[in-house]
Ligand binder design. Structure first.
Ligand code: FE2
Length: 377
């Protein structure tokens, strides 16, 4: 991405101590004061509707050789006796498929920011093997991150609300219910990690369209259409932690949706985590921010790349430059939408994106134990 930032300012950025962006602080100091470029240029900027018509550009179809390689790695892992929660690249030794995973990672951080690997016969395997394959491949991307207050490093995107075809646990209208456990539409957002990966086990009955859009494209569009919103996005916003925090930690965090750091535009966006801030009666929220969210959602809906995930699909999304969304869906007994999800932290220097915040922030650090639940709970 080409962006013009004066050298003097770059030096200042390098000398500043790393602030706790996306950290647990509720102060406004999570904002780095820098000059933003007028436009973002380069491969991270793309047009969703153009790419939607060219799936051959962004879908990788696995080959028989890839499948054999993954199968060999799985066999090695199972013979090693290593616990699933500890699986690492050395326990899942890929050979030919490793170059696919390496290219995938390059695309995430130096290209479009999302990828899709299609055609792996995932239903031929037991649940434990499905999880080992997904976590094994994922080990090449980065370090797995805890995804919720329960310590899960493997997530299940599946309906667990009243009326579910399998297990009704949550009230879909309760503000602390995470949307991934509902059948509701999920507005454009980022996940609280560097990379999120999904593996589709069941497509469900109807709906559930998956959408991605480059937040760098969104930035450019807002600069043209609503520069006032860009200014608002540089300010700190408050985000609800949905009750998933330690006993002495604040129930919400403060972070700017846009941060420009060392020639990269970082996006942090979660409308559902802003909207439910209204449950804190003593917090004042700027009504312009609600208008901005609506405007951005509509812009994304018009311009995003939509895709229907198929069984066996592995989708990877780099959260600093991609917003993703999901349409509402319905299930039927036997057609219950089910995705496995992994969150990764990467080495910022290795991928060429030095992060503007200390690692380990927003990591549910208070959880006692990391777990790999084989079924949604
Ligand atoms: Fe998400």
């Amino acid at each position: 991405m080409a962006a013009v930032i004066p050298q003097q300012q770059q030096q200042q950025q390098q000398q500043q101590p790393k602030p706790s962006w996306r950290g647990f602080s509720t102060t406004s100091q999570n904002t780095i004061k820098t000059e933003f470029p007028d436009r973002i240029e380069g491969p991270s900027v793309w047009d969703g509707k153009t790419l939607e018509k060219k799936p051959e550009e962004w879908i990788y179809h696995v080959t028989a050789e890839d499948i054999a390689d993954i199968q060999r790695a799985l066999k090695h892992f199972k013979e090693s006796g290593v616990d699933l929660v500890d699986i690492s690249a050395k326990d899942f030794p890929l050979t030919t498929f490793k170059s696919v995973v390496d290219n995938n990672k390059k695309e995430l951080f130096s290209g479009r920011g999302f990828t899709l690997i299609r055609g792996f016969p995932i239903l031929d395997y037991s649940r434990e093997d499905q999880v080992a394959i997904f976590m094994g491949i994922g080990s090449y991307l980065g370090t797995r991150k805890v995804q919720n207050g329960k310590g899960h490093v493997l997530g299940h995107v599946k309906d667990l609300t009243y009326g579910s075809t399998t297990k009704s646990v949550y009230d879909p209208d309760e503000p602390t219910t995470r949307i991934y456990a509902t059948r509701k539409a999920q507005p454009f957002h980022v996940d609280g990690t560097d990379v999120v990966a999904l593996l589709c086990l069941n497509e469900g009955y109807e709906g559930g369209l998956s959408s991605v859009i480059s937040s760098h494209t969104v930035y450019n569009r807002l600069q043209e259409l609503r520069p006032d919103i860009v200014e608002l996005l540089k300010e700190p916003w408050l985000w609800d932690r949905k009750g998933e925090h330690g006993p002495d930690e604040p129930p919400y965090i403060s972070a700017s949706p846009l941060t420009y750091y060392k020639n990269h535009l970082f996006t942090f966006w979660g409308p559902h985590f802003f909207e439910t801030m209204t449950r804190f009666k003593d917090v004042k929220l700027d009504p312009r921010k609600f208008d901005a969210m609506k405007y951005i959602q509509e812009l994304c809906e018009r311009e995003a790349l939509n895709m229907q995930l198929k069984v066996g699909d592995m989708q990877f999304v780099q959260n600093y430059q991609i917003l993703h969304a999901r349409g509402a869906y319905t299930d039927k007994p036997g057609a219950t939408r089910h995705l496995l999800r992994l969150w990764f932290l990467v080495n910022g220097e290795e991928v060429g994106w030095e992060m503007p915040f200390g690692k380990g922030d927003y990591d549910y650090g208070y959880v006692a134990k990391k777990t790999v639940p084989l079924e949604a709970e």
